[in-house]
Design a protein around this ligand. Structure first.
Ligand SMILES: [Zn+2]
Length: 81
C-alpha cells in the first residue's frame, strides 16, 4: 500500500551500489536509501580524523545527506509514519 522507500522499481530487486567506491552488489549496510559495502564501512571505521581519507568519506557522506534532503522521493510524504 504505502511505498515508504520510494525506491521500488518495476525491474525486480534493486542491486545495491556502494556510495563510496561505487562497487555494485556484495554485502554491506544500508543507510536510508544509500548503500555502503563492507570494505568501505571498515575503511571508514578504521580511518582517523587526521587521515586524508577521512575528508573524502565525510564529503561522500555530506553528499548523501544533501541527496536525502533535496530528493522529494525520500522526503516525508503522505505515507510517512
Ligand atoms: Zn564501497
Amino acid at each position: 500500500m504505502c511505498d515508504m522507500e520510494g525506491q521500488q522499481s518495476s525491474q525486480g530487486t534493486p542491486v545495491p551500489v556502494c556510495m563510496i567506491c561505487e562497487q555494485v552488489g556484495g554485502e554491506g549496510i544500508h543507510i536510508l536509501s544509500q548503500f555502503i559495502c563492507l570494505e568501505c564501512e571498515r575503511e571508514i571505521v578504521n580511518t582517523g580524523v587526521d587521515d586524508d581519507l577521512y575528508d573524502y568519506f565525510v564529503e561522500r557522506m555530506r553528499a548523501l545527506w544533501r541527496d536525502i534532503a533535496s530528493d522529494p522521493d525520500t522526503a516525508p510524504g503522505p505515507c510517512y509514519l
